[in-house]
Design a protein around this ligand. Structure first.
Ligand code: FCB
Length: 454
C-alpha cells in the first residue's frame, strides 16, 4: 500500500460555469458559454448551464459534501462575468461577495481554498471586442485577477491563473467545439498567446497583493505515443505533443515557442514583442497538471492542418468518453514534466473519469469502474512521490456530476451523483473510496476495500 506525505493537499475540483447556474442573478454578466449554449447543435441535447447544479444557491450543502469526504483542499473557479459583467470597468460587488462567503465558510470548515481565476467563462462583452485573440484581453484578465486578489488575498494563498489554456484556445478558436466556437488556426494561436501573456501578468498582480502566495497554472497534459514505429507516426506523435503540450509548457518555463511547431504553423504564428516571453515565464510555485488519458497518434496526410489522427489500440480500456485508461501514462507525465521543466512543485489539479453510472438505488450509486480508475491513478501518484518527484497535491475531477461543456449533462464525472430534476446529491461508492484514501493517506486496492453498507 503506497502512502503520501502528511502535508499533502487532498482535494476535489469544480468550475464555476459547470456547477453554479444562476446565470442572471445578482448582476452577473453574460459569458461566452451562455451565448454558445444558444447555438443550435452546439451542446448535447441542447443543454445549457442556466441551472447546472444550482450551486450558487446550494453551496452550503455542497460544502457539507466536502466535509463528508474529509478533503483538506477545494479547487473552485471564480466566474469573471460575476465580478465584471462587462469584462472590464464596473465591478459587481455582489459577485465578489459570493466568493467571499464561500472562502470564509471553507476556512471555517478547515478546507484550504484553491482559487482558479479562469475556467473558460469569458465575459461575452470581451468576446465582442475580439475575445482571446485580442491582445487587450490579457490586460483585462490581469485587472480582473488584481481585483479578486485584493478581495480574497487576505485569506486565499493558493491561486491558479488559467485552467487549460490549450483547451480555451484550441477547442474554442480552432476546432470550434467549445465557446466561442470559432474555427481558425490563426485566431487560436493568437488566443493562446494572449492567454499565456494574461497568465504572466496575472501572476505579477497576485504576487503584488497576496503575501506568501502559492501560484500555479493548470495545464492539460496529454502524452502522445506513436501508433507504430514508423518514422511518420513518431513525427506525428511529436507534433501532437507540440500542439497540445509543448506550445504552452515551453513558454511558461522560460523558452520560446518550440521551433518545430513554429516551422509547422508558419505564418499563423502571431508576431509578438520578445519581452512577452519574459512576462509569460513569471516564476511559479507549482505546476498544476490536469491529466486524464494518453493518445496514440498516426500520420494522416489527408488531415490538412496537423496531418495526424488519433487511433485507439486494439483492446484498450476506455471510459464513457472514449478516453484511454492507462495509469502508467500518468506516471510518465509527472516524470517527464519534472525532467523537462523542473517546476518547483507539481500538483495534480484534475484527474478522474466519466462512466455510465447506474441510477441511484437506496440512496447510493455503485460505480466500481470509477473506484478502479481512481485506485490505479492514485497508485501512480504514489509511485511519483516514492520516486522523489515533488508532488504536493491531488484533486479529483469532480465533486458532483455537472455540465460537461459541449457534452451537456450526458457524461458523469462526479464522486456524487447529481439528480438534476431534484438537485439531490447522492454518494457514489467512489466518494466513500476517496474518503478512505484521504483519511488514511494510503491508496487502497479496490480488492481490499469494500464500500460501507448503506
Ligand atoms: C477538463 C476540464 C474540466 C472537465 C474535465 C472533464 O479538461 O478542465 O472542466 O471538463 O476536463
Amino acid at each position: 500500500m503506497a502512502s503520501f506525505p502528511s502535508h499533502f493537499a487532498w482535494g476535489v475540483a469544480t468550475a464555476s460555469y459547470q456547477i453554479e447556474g444562476a446565470v442572471n442573478e445578482d448582476g452577473r454578466g453574460e459569458s461566452i458559454w451562455d451565448r454558445f449554449c444558444r447555438v443550435p447543435g452546439a451542446i448535447a441535447n441542447g443543454a445549457t448551464g442556466d441551472i447546472a447544479c444550482d450551486h450558487y444557491h446550494r453551496w452550503r450543502d455542497d460544502l457539507r459534501l466536502l466535509s463528508e469526504l474529509g478533503v483538506n483542499a477545494y479547487r473552485f473557479s471564480v466566474a469573471w462575468p460575476r465580478i465584471l459583467p462587462e469584462g472590464t470597468g464596473t465591478v459587481n460587488s455582489a459577485g465578489l461577495d459570493f466568493y467571499d462567503r464561500l472562502v470564509d465558510a471553507l476556512l471555517e470548515a478547515d478546507i484550504t481554498p484553491w482559487v482558479t481565476l479562469y475556467h473558460w467563462d469569458l465575459p461575452q462583452a470581451l468576446e465582442d471586442r475580439g475575445g482571446w485573440p485580442n491582445r487587450a484581453t490579457a490586460e483585462a484578465f490581469a485587472a480582473y485577477a488584481d481585483l479578486v486578489a485584493r478581495r480574497l488575498g487576505d485569506r486565499v494563498r493558493h491561486w491558479i491563473t488559467l485552467n487549460e489554456p490549450s483547451c480555451s484556445s484550441l477547442l474554442g478558436y480552432f476546432w470550434g467545439i467549445h465557446a466561442p466556437g470559432r474555427r481558425s488556426l490563426r485566431d487560436a494561436l493568437r488566443a493562446a498567446h494572449t492567454l499565456l501573456l494574461g497568465h504572466g501578468l496575472a501572476v505579477a498582480a497576485l504576487r503584488a497583493s497576496v503575501s506568501a502566495a502559492q501560484i500555479g497554472i493548470a495545464q492539460l497534459v496529454i502524452p502522445a505515443y506513436p501508433a507504430s514505429d514508423r518514422s511518420a507516426d513518431l513525427a506525428a506523435a511529436h507534433r501532437f505533443d507540440g500542439v497540445h503540450n509543448r506550445w504552452f509548457l515551453d513558454p511558461i518555463f522560460g523558452r520560446d515557442y518550440p521551433g518545430d511547431m513554429r516551422a509547422w504553423y508558419r505564418h499563423d504564428v502571431p508576431l509578438v514583442p520578445p519581452s512577452d516571453f519574459d512576462r509569460i515565464a513569471a516564476p511559479l510555485d507549482f505546476l498544476g497538471v490536469n491529466h486524464y488519458f494518453p493518445v496514440y497518434v498516426a500520420d494522416d496526410p489527408t488531415e490538412p492542418l496537423l496531418r495526424l489522427r488519433q487511433v485507439v489500440p486494439p483492446g484498450a480500456e476506455l471510459t464513457a468518453l472514449g478516453w484511454i485508461v492507462q495509469p502508467a501514462a500518468f506516471f510518465d507525465v509527472l516524470l517527464r514534466l519534472q525532467r523537462e521543466y523542473a517546476p518547483a512543485a507539481l500538483v495534480v489539479t484534475e484527474n478522474g473519469a466519466a462512466y455510465a453510472d447506474p441510477p441511484p438505488q437506496a440512496g447510493r450509486v455503485s460505480d466500481p469502474a470509477r473506484v478502479r480508475y481512481l485506485a490505479q491513478y492514485l497508485a501512480e501518484a504514489a509511485r511519483a512521490v516514492a520516486t522523489g518527484l515533488p508532488l504536493r497535491g491531488y484533486f479529483v475531477w469532480t465533486l458532483m456530476d455537472n455540465f460537461e461543456w459541449n457534452l451537456g449533462y450526458s457524461k458523469r464525472f462526479g464522486l456524487y451523483y447529481t439528480d438534476y430534476p431534484t438537485q439531490a446529491r447522492i454518494p457514489k461508492d467512489s466518494s466513500f473510496y476517496y474518503q478512505a484514501v484521504v483519511r488514511t493517506g494510503r491508496v487502497l486496492s479496490p480488492e481490499e476495500w469494500q464500500p460501507p453498507r448503506g
